[in-house]
Structures are given as structure tokens and as C-alpha cells.
Design a protein around this ligand. Structure first.
Ligand code: HEC
Length: 155
């Protein structure tokens, strides 16, 4: 009887210790919120990208291209703030290499910012051919970072 009681205590203790350490990161609202915030900003980045593709295919008002390009340039400016230390745990596809090779990651962000700034400037001119070229450069900057710093998705 005594042994059974001790075993029960050990299990209860073991389980509670286990669950605490297991969820240490998942339960930290700071980290979870940082990841959600990052993904929301990236969704906005993706939304503006999709909208620009639509305009270049002839949908919407051509003048809106400059608006989306400007929004993209603004979002690129805050990209460096989206990856606080510790936000590589939890529901994220951001790879640890972001924090392991900060110089390489900063270079990828700089590429994004330069490409977005370039498109924002070119789009002001209304020249669709030149904008298309600048848009291609922006797309390359997304690909460059996703290939190196984001988990590959099966879908
Ligand atoms: C400097 C690196 C970097 C650049 C540049 C970058 N991304 Fe991302 N992106 C990421 C990372 C890392 C994630 C994964 C975020 C996570 O899961 O926490 C991501 C996620 C996303 C997502 C998914 C968001 C979600 O969770 O639903 C979209 C959409 C996206 N990026 C679009 C773009 C587009 C479009 C561009 C270019 C205009 C771009 N990204 C440029 C690093 C980058």
C-alpha cells in the first residue's frame, strides 16, 4: 500500500514536471505573440504581393501599384524587428539559422528592403514594363530568404 502511494506520488510529480518543461515555450505568451505578429506581417507582405500580381495582370487600377509598392517598402522596413530572440520555438517555420547566422540574415533583409524601395520608386513613374522588372527583383528577395531561412513546406 505504501509502495503504491509512493509510486502514485512519483507519477504525479513526474507528470507535472514533465508538462511544465514540455510547454515552457508554448506557454510563454511573449514568444507566441511574437510569432503570431511575424506571421501576420508576412501575410500582409504576401497580400500586397498578390495584389500587385493582380494589377499587372490587368485587374484593378494601375495607379494602385504604387500604393501596394509603398506599403511593401514600409513592411520591409520593419522586417528586422519580427525575429526577436527565442521566437524560433513554437508554431513557426522560421529556421534557427536566422539566429545562428545574424549577418547572413541581415543581408537577406537588406536585399528585401532594397528591392522593395526600388519598386516603390519605379512604380511612381507608372511605367509598367519597368515596374514588372523591379517586381521580379522583389520576388527574388522573398525567394532568397525563404529558401535559406524558412522551413520548406510540403504543400
Ligand atoms: C528576411 C527573410 C524574409 C523575406 C525577405 C521574406 N520573408 Fe516571408 N517569411 C519569412 C519567414 C522566416 C517566414 C516564416 C514565419 C514563421 O512561421 O514564423 C515567412 C513567412 C511568410 C509567409 C507565410 C505567413 C504565414 O504564416 O501565414 C508568407 C505569405 C510570406 N512569408 C511572404 C513573403 C513575400 C511575398 C515576401 C517578399 C515580398 C517575403 N515573404 C519576404 C522570411 C522572409
Amino acid at each position: 500500500m505504501k509502495r503504491l502511494f509512493l509510486t502514485a506520488c512519483a507519477i504525479a510529480l513526474g507528470l507535472s514536471v514533465f508538462s511544465t518543461s514540455d510547454n515552457a515555450y508554448a506557454q510563454d505568451p511573449g514568444v507566441e505573440n511574437a510569432i503570431k505578429y511575424r506571421q501576420s506581417v508576412m501575410k500582409a507582405v504576401g497580400g500586397n504581393m498578390g495584389a500587385m500580381v493582380g494589377i499587372m495582370k490587368g485587374a484593378g487600377d494601375k495607379a494602385n501599384l504604387a500604393t501596394h509598392a509603398g506599403a511593401m517598402a514600409d513592411l520591409a522596413k520593419i522586417a528586422s524587428t519580427l525575429f526577436p530572440a527565442g521566437s524560433d520555438f513554437g508554431e513557426t517555420t522560421a529556421l534557427p539559422v536566422i539566429w545562428e547566422k545574424p549577418d547572413d540574415f541581415s543581408a537577406a533583409i537588406k536585399k528585401f528592403q532594397d528591392a522593395a524601395d526600388n519598386l516603390a520608386t519605379v512604380a511612381q513613374s507608372g511605367d509598367m514594363a519597368a515596374s514588372g522588372k523591379a517586381f521580379g527583383g522583389l520576388g527574388e528577395s522573398c525567394k532568397n530568404c525563404h529558401e535559406n531561412f524558412r522551413e520548406k513546406k510540403e504543400r
